[in-house]
Design a protein. Structure first.
Length: 375
């Protein structure tokens, strides 16, 4: 944690207005307060971008979903932190997500920005515990850290309380600080599952699903409990729930401790394979849906198939389904040089304008002009 350069009130106010103009959204008060105190905030493991950089599109990339608003880089992790702002979340608190630039998926970190600051303070201490113990300046820095804690309204226990002794205690502390921390809830559920307490594991997974209903992993983890119990009809329902999430909101099975015999693959892929294997247990209505045909009978990782599904759903006035499929297709082909990525951006912009979602349309226009990523 570092105080860095203090912010000048006039410059901070102008920078905050510029960010709000670029994002076309009113910033959370805790975010405004942070930059009112520090021009270049750093709270391990997050190195925040300057306001000027954010307003210029720092962190944005071609193919990124327009609802993701990056504000900082994860130190030594090769990823970004940012807000997830949709018509639903914009009415309440903005969740904070981590974007894995290598694996190209998003996962939740905190339910709002205040919870994210607490997350950083605790995780930063936990990850640098040995370094702190060996640093002779630690006592000298305590007063500065206490002052920063007061400025950022951080509780003393995350700054000076006993450190977690292991990952389990860390997840428990994070959930105590942020009861809507979906990833920590999932980890706690996996720990209970490894101890053969599947009922308690299900409770954690259900809580995670409710905390972040757009995140595919909790649904998959619930399905896998039912698969293990041979309750395949229940498993099919939850695998189906996974496939209704964005591809970018589903991580990899190796993110969770599911045992050596569990397949290592994309969570979305394993869910789709489960639906194909137990298709006879799905009801006729579900199997008649276009998404079922794409996931079970076609190739769900073919961007052309996804785009065609988006067009079909748009023709049926299923706007949320069309948006999902256009975004899925874009994430699958964003590194290609053909016409499809630009065509998908055009489709998304037209859809957002039709729905009056001008912020999403504006960010889509911005991203459309960025360089294509290289594999």
């Amino acid at each position: 944690m570092s105080r860095n350069e203090e912010s000048k009130p006039g410059k901070a106010a102008g920078g905050l207005r510029a960010v709000e103009a670029f994002w076309q959204a009113k910033l959370p008060e805790a975010f405004r307060h942070l930059y009112a105190q520090f021009a270049h905030p750093f709270l391990a493991p997050c190195e925040f971008f300057s306001l000027e950089a954010i307003a210029a599109g720092a962190g944005r990339s071609f193919g990124m979903i327009p609802q993701y608003l990056p504000f900082g880089r994860a130190v030594a992790e090769g990823g970004l932190y940012g807000f997830y702002v949709t018509p639903e979340t914009a009415l309440d608190f903005w969740p904070v997500l981590y974007w894995d630039e290598d694996e190209m998926y998003l996962r939740p970190v905190a339910s709002d920005f205040e919870a994210f600051l607490r997350h950083c303070a605790l995780v930063g201490r936990y990850e640098t515990e040995e370094q702190w113990e060996e640093d002779p300046r630690e006592r000298e820095d305590e007063e500065e850290r206490r002052a920063i804690g007061r400025l950022l309204r951080l509780p003393d226990d995350v700054l000076f309380g006993p450190l977690p002794r292991n990952n389990t205690e860390l997840y428990e502390r994070l959930v105590c600080s942020d009861p809507q921390d979906a990833v920590s809830l999932c980890h706690l559920g996996c720990i209970r599952r490894a101890r053969s307490d599947s009922e308690r594991a299900l409770d954690f997974f259900h809580r995670a699903s409710e905390a972040a209903p757009w995140f595919g992993d909790p649904c998959y983890l619930v399905a896998d409990i039912y698969r293990e119990r041979r309750h395949y009809e229940r498993a099919v329902e939850w695998w189906w729930a996974v496939t209704q999430r964005l591809l970018s909101f589903c991580t990899r099975t190796w993110e969770w401790d599911l045992g050596d015999e569990h397949p290592e693959a994309d969570i979305y892929e394993v869910a789709a394979d489960g639906l194909a294997q137990y298709a006879d247990l799905a009801d006729a209505e579900k199997k008649s849906l276009p998404l079922w045909r794409v996931v079970v009978q076609d190739d769900p990782y073919d961007p052309g198939v996804r785009e065609g599904l988006g067009d079909a759903l748009l023709a049926q006035n299923d706007f949320s389904g069309a948006e999902r499929e256009y975004l899925n297709a874009l994430s699958l082909c964003c590194s290609e040089r053909g016409r499809q990525p630009e065509r998908l951006y055009d489709a998304l912009i037209a859809l957002y304008e039709r729905l009056g979602r001008m912020r999403d349309a504006a960010l889509s226009r911005h991203d459309r002009l960025l360089p294509h990523p290289t594999l």
